[in-house]
Design a protein around this ligand. Sequence first.
Ligand SMILES: NC(=O)c1ccc[n+]([C@@H]2O[C@H](COP(=O)([O-])OP(=O)(O)OC[C@H]3O[C@@H](n4cnc5c(N)ncnc54)[C@H](O)[C@@H]3O)[C@@H](O)[C@H]2O)c1
Length: 371
Amino acid sequence: LNNSTHIEEVFSSGYSVFAGRGALKQLDAYLAKPANRHSRHFVLADENTMQHCLPALMAQVPSLSKAEVVEIVSGERSKTIETCIQLWEVLTELNADRHAIVVNLGGGVICDLGGFVASTYKRGIDFVNIPTTLLAQVDASVGGKVGVDLMNLKNQVGVFSYPKGVYIDPVFLNTLPKNEIMSGFAEMLKHALIADADLWNELINFDWSLLDVMDSLIVRSVRIKNKIVLDDPKEKNIRKLLNFGHTIGHAIESYSLEGSGKELVHGHAIAIGMVCETYISVALCGFPAEDLEEVSSFLMSNYPFYPIDSMAHHRLIEMIRNDKKNRANVMNFTLLNAIGEGVYDQHVTADLIIDSLNYYQSRQKAVAHDY
Ligand SMILES: NC(=O)c1ccc[n+]([C@@H]2O[C@H](COP(=O)([O-])OP(=O)(O)OC[C@H]3O[C@@H](n4cnc5c(N)ncnc54)[C@H](O)[C@@H]3O)[C@@H](O)[C@H]2O)c1
C-alpha cells in the first residue's frame, strides 16, 4: 500500500473488506450495481464525522446523493438501547422498508450501534461500515459483532451480524485527535502481541511521520483480525485470542463510565488491560519477565497513567465476574505464552488480578507521560 491510490481487497467471504486511499470508490461501485439496488440509503453519522467525513463520502460516492443523513451525539454514551429506539423510529417515520441500507460513517460507536439497529430493524436490513477512527478501521468495523451497552456494561446486548462491506480509507485519520489514534493503535499492538512478533517490533519502532507505512500496518492488522474471525466466527475457541487485554480493560472502561474516575477512550483502557494481563501471563504462562518489561514500558510511555484506587478493586473484580466471556464464576482470560503467541481459556484468580492492578500502579513512577 505504498502507492497512495492503491486499494487492497483484504478478503472476501460473503462480504468484502477494502482498505486503502480511495476505498470509497468501491462502495460506490457496490451501491451502483443493479443487483444491489437499495430502496433507500441512510447514512448514520455523529457531529464529528458529519463535519470531517461526510463531505468526502458524498464527493466520492455519488450513489448516496439522495441519502437521508441521520446524526447522533458522538461518544460511548450514545451506544444505548435508547438511541436504538430513536433510530428505529426515524427509520419507521421515513418509511424505510426491508430493502433499505444503513451506511455507518464513524468510529466503533457508530459501527456497533448502526450495525445493531440495521440488523434488528424489520428482522435485518443491509448495512456497510465506513470506519473513520483507527480503532474502527483495525477492529470494530470487522468481525461481525454489533450491539450496545446496558447499565454501563459494555456490549451487554448485541448480535453477530456481518456488514455487506467494509471500506477503510486512511484519509479519515487526518482529522482524528491524537488520543483517538492511540486508542486504535492499542488494538494494533494487541493483534501483534497475540499473533505476530514481527509486527510488534515494527509497531514499537514505528516512525509516525511515515503515514504510507501506517496504511500497510493497518492492512496487516485487519488481516490478523479477519483470519481469526473467519476461523471461529462465534468465538467458540480461537477468536477468544482477540480478548487479550480486554477482560481487565473492559472492566476499567466500564468503571470509568460509571463516573468513578476520568472517562477513558476504549484503547487506553485496553492498553492498561494489556499491561495487567501481560503481568498475569508471566505468573501463569511462563511469559518471559524481560518481555514484560518491554511490553509495559512501551505501553506506559505511550498511554497516560490512569490511577486505579485500591477501593476500586472489588468493583472491578465484580465486573470481570459479570463479563459475558465468563461462565460458572470462573474468570477466563486470554494470556500470552510469548510476544506473538496468545493462549485462551486461562483461569485467573481474583488475587492475581489484584496483584496485576498493583503492578500497574507501581509502574507509575517509572514513566510519566501525557499525550
Ligand atoms: N464490534 C467490535 O468488534 C468492536 C471492537 C472494538 C471496539 N468496539 C467498540 O468501539 C467503540 C469505540 O470506538 P471508537 O474508539 O472508534 O469510538 P467513537 O466511535 O466514539 O469515536 C471516537 C471519537 O472520534 C470521533 N471521530 C470519528 N471519526 C473521526 C474523524 N475521522 N475525525 C475526527 N473525529 C472523528 C467521534 O465522533 C468520537 O468523538 C467502543 O464502543 C467499543 O466497544 C467494537
